[in-house]
Design a protein around this ligand. Structure first.
Ligand code: HEC
Length: 121
């Protein structure tokens, strides 16, 4: 009888721990289910943080415009993610003079790249 109760308690504990693991799995990944596009997600970040210098024509010494889908895609394939990921104040960190983009904005641009640079929904 004692053994039966023990077995029942064990089964109960195992199923409780499985349940809570599943809840953690559901909360953790932020990237499942969202589709990042240039027009909806990336352009607003670039327009407000980068266009002050990377306009067309670029100003304040910026070497390249980041004013169109094609330009932003070209530089994201090259060194843009590296530049925006650098710690605030590090040489070459963008936006020049700071402040650093929020981590969620940086993550969105990385996800846009991983999803193959969609322009629109
Ligand atoms: C205050 C002006 C300014 C702002 C704002 C700015 N940049 Fe720059 N950017 C520059 C200058 C000047 C350079 C050239 C010096 C260098 O390479 O670090 C540059 C260089 C770059 C380069 C390297 C280009 C190349 O030819 O290799 C990238 C990529 C870049 N910026 C991306 C960005 C992004 C993305 C943002 C917005 C999140 C941004 N920049 C905001 C001024 C700026």
């Amino acid at each position: 009888m004692k053994n039966t109760i023990l077995v029942i308690i064990c089964i109960a504990l195992i199923s409780i721990s499985c349940t809570s693991e599943n809840e953690i799995d559901l909360v953790e990944p932020i990237d499942t289910g969202i589709t990042v596009t240039y027009n909806n997600d990336v352009a607003p970040i670039i327009n407000s943080n980068c266009l002050p210098c990377h306009n067309n024509p670029p100003i304040n010494g910026a070497p390249n415009p980041l004013s169109t889908f094609e330009e932003v895609r070209t530089y994201t394939k090259d060194n843009l993610i590296d530049r925006i990921s650098r710690p605030a104040g590090a040489p070459g960190a963008m936006p020049l003079g700071g402040p650093r983009l929020s981590q969620s904005d940086i993550d969105l641009i990385i996800l846009w790249s991983n999803q193959g640079f969609l322009e629109d929904n």
